[in-house]
Design a protein around this ligand. Structure first.
Ligand SMILES: [Zn+2]
Length: 432
């Protein structure tokens, strides 16, 4: 290898080192380097230091031309000969290497990006880099925590979304564990998440924000659970609360399902089987009316004619459509009239499930109508929950919530990744 052009150093791209040897081994390139610094001064007394010996460290660096790269660095140990100097010996540092790390800084940053941004599993990235799981994870923590803690990441939030999802499924030892996600609805990014879904936890979280930040939150979108509504007081009591349309419609759909199951059981004496008319139309029942084609409408009416002798399911279906019609109406005044009519009709209905829904709608009347006034919805939060689920799948179940939180925030938290310059594109000469 001609060293005139410093080919090996250029390809390695680590400043301040000279490449002594490159060995081609199965699975990796072994690059032996040493520092170009031939002299050093004592950090304590500033006198010229004496070279003592070398200690060899093995580091994992970025891949070179798709090959894993092991840096073998013979670092010098220096000694101070000055009489009375407190400093005895010390070792030199390689630029781009943190003390006691197996991965170089740039390799650790890449591992973090693969795990965080690209949502890969820690074990697959660890395997690719030939390090153990703990080494890869400690790199993710080392590089990822500062990115997530960067105060510029959260910034001021005008519209806040609060939503829950299951973080660990129930096992023999514990019930389902939930996590609460807080989202910036305008910028569609997760700002934080915490374990649990209680009012106290939400209050604790909002309590930790600066007062100016809390004042800046004008709108909060949430599902129809009283816990979150209670948790907003006192810190975010000033914000306009919006019941998320997705959750309101889901309440209506679940009510239709409940009535269908009960009527099914009462008329046929068993749970739904594939030939039962109501069971067969279960998806048609919760589909929006405008999405039904002629055939679907016909099948639905047939199912109700045969399976719903007292028109209870029909009543539930109509109540559900009445709720949906509130959202199809853009004018806030008209929507308020539609909602009030729906509530009155539901409360007067004989079907207990419809009555229950009427009471829920009446408790959340203001919040439901606030959607028309503010346009806020948790739609983006639901999207973020999907992101969180992807992270969960990549992690194959998390036992440690702080790991889960870090990974979700790296993936969906709007982290500013260190920028690299994109290469100029090379165009093909062949026509596409
Ligand atoms: Zn000294």
């Amino acid at each position: 290898m001609t060293e005139r052009i410093g080919l090996a150093e250029k390809m390695l791209g680590v400043p301040g080192v000279v490449v002594l040897d490159v060995e081609d081994e199965p699975g990796e390139l072994i690059v032996t380097v040493e520092s170009t610094k031939a002299k050093a001064h004592c950090p304590s007394c500033r006198r010229r230091a004496q070279a003592q010996d070398r200690a060899v460290v093995h580091l994992r660096d970025l891949h070179i031309s798709g090959r894993a790269c092991r840096l073998v660095f013979a670092k010098r140990r220096w000694r101070c000969r000055t009489k009375g100097c407190v400093r005895k010996t010390w070792t030199e540092r390689l630029p781009g290497v943190a003390p006691r790390q197996v991965l170089t800084l740039r390799a650790g940053a890449e591992v973090t990006r693969q795990v965080g941004q690209l949502c890969r599993s820690v074990s697959s990235v660890a395997e690719e880099y030939g390090v153990c799981w703990d080494t890869a994870w400690s790199a993710v923590t080392f590089h990822g925590v500062p990115l997530v803690d960067d105060p510029k990441r959260v910034g001021q939030v005008r519209a806040l979304g609060v939503d829950e999802h299951s973080y660990l499924s129930a096992t023999r030892e514990h019930a389902t564990i939930f996590a609460t996600v807080l989202v910036n609805l305008d910028r569609r990014k997760v700002i934080d998440l915490f374990e649990g879904k209680s009012a106290a936890k939400l209050r604790q979280w909002t309590g930790k924000r600066p007062a100016t930040w809390r004042r800046g939150v004008r709108v909060v979108a949430l599902d129809l659970t009283d816990t979150y509504r209670a948790g907003l007081a006192p810190h975010l009591a000033h914000a306009t609360r919006v019941a998320d349309p997705f959750h309101v419609t889901r309440v209506a759909n679940r009510m239709v399902d409940q009535v269908r199951r009960r009527v099914q059981n009462e008329t046929l004496g068993h749970r739904g089987r594939k030939d039962d008319p109501l069971y067969r139309s279960r998806k048609l029942l919760i589909m929006g009316e405008e999405r039904l084609d002629d055939r679907g409408r016909e099948r639905l009416m047939d199912a109700l004619r045969f399976g719903d002798p007292d028109d209870e399911v029909l009543g539930a279906w109509m109540a559900k459509e009445a709720v949906r019609s509130v959202y199809l109406e853009p004018d806030p005044e008209v929507a308020a009239v539609l909602l009030d009519n729906t509530i009155t009709a539901c409360l007067a209905d004989d079907v207990p499930e419809i009555q229950t829904m009427g009471r829920t709608l009446s408790r959340w009347r203001e919040e439901i109508l606030n959607h028309h006034r503010t346009g806020a919805s948790n739609g983006p939060t639901e999207g973020m929950n999907f992101c969180a689920k992807q992270v969960k799948r990549a992690g194959r179940g998390f036992a440690n919530f702080s790991h889960y939180r870090l990974r979700v925030l790296l993936h969906a938290g709007g982290v500013t990744w260190p920028t690299t310059i994109s290469p100029p594109s090379i165009r093909s000469t062949a026509p596409h």
